[in-house]
Design a protein around this ligand. Structure first.
Ligand code: HEM
Length: 214
């Protein structure tokens, strides 16, 4: 077993925000499907009744956006695409066999793609959500625009739900990743295997300052 110390990947504030966003997402996805598709109306029960779900859904949406904005501010730099990402995307065969092609940094190309997909979906969900939000804002917009916004809202919600299913599957599939978001730490072996460049950066940082700094 390695004697190297565990590496900090997420500080507590980021983990708490992430799980708050995840909880909001779950409530929104279930209540949203219930409001959108009559046979699934019973799903609105996650927020009480149909009526309370209708009232609470947009407010929980705003809470999720605020939480995600925090995560975005902390993580966008590490999600910028670089030359190594082309290697990762061009060798998906190795990825599926559990090997990390290329000198991957804190996130691989798949994670980065999902990060920007989440960002795009949430921005459009927010914009379209404001247009359809009764009784506060919808009356300010013409009916054709409200219809368009409804279509956009549903499309982005479905895209985000698919994206999050992939996100959760990948997190469980790559062993040791869920620990990063629960306990905040990963093993050096995990970091070396999946994010070798980030590992070297962390080891370099630890040598100069052993603080909680990712
Ligand atoms: C619902 C169950 C969820 C689980 C089990 C889960 C799990 C995880 C795990 C384990 C990580 C750490 C990945 C790593 O460090 O390599 C992570 C990162 C992250 N998660 Fe989630 N997550 C969930 C939902 C969500 C939702 C709903 C969102 C946003 C809408 C989200 C946004 C993020 C972001 C932005 C990161 C950082 C990755 C990056 O910046 O590329 N997660 N998640």
């Amino acid at each position: 077993m390695s004697r190297e110390p565990l590496i900090v990947r997420y500080r507590a504030a980021d983990r708490i925000t992430h799980w708050l966003v995840a909880l909001c997402f779950l409530l929104l996805a279930l209540s949203g499907l219930g409001l959108f598709y009559p046979p699934l109306f019973w799903l609105t029960g996650v927020l009480g009744t149909g009526q309370t779900a209708r009232i609470l859904h947009p407010f929980i949406g705003v809470l999720m956006i605020v939480g995600f904005a925090h995560l975005f501010g902390r993580l966008w730099r590490d999600n910028r695409f670089d030359a190594e990402d082309r290697r990762w995307a061009g060798d998906l065969g190795s990825v599926l066999k559990g090997h990390e092609p290329g000198d991957t940094g804190r996130y691989n190309a798949g994670q980065k793609g999902l990060f920007w997909l989440m960002t795009l979906c949430l921005l459009l969900l927010l914009a379209s959500g404001v247009v359809i939000w009764r009784p506060y804002f919808a009356s300010a917009f013409p009916i054709p625009l409200i219809r368009l916004a409804l279509l956009l809202h549903a499309t982005m919600a479905i895209l985000l739900i698919i994206g999050i299913i992939v996100h959760v599957y990948a997190a469980i599939w790559v062993k040791g990743t869920v620990r990063a978001m629960v306990e905040g730490v990963v093993t050096p072996a995990w970091a070396k295997k999946h994010h070798p460049r980030w590992y070297r950066e962390q080891v370099g940082n630890a040598a100069s300052s052993p603080t909680d700094k990712p």
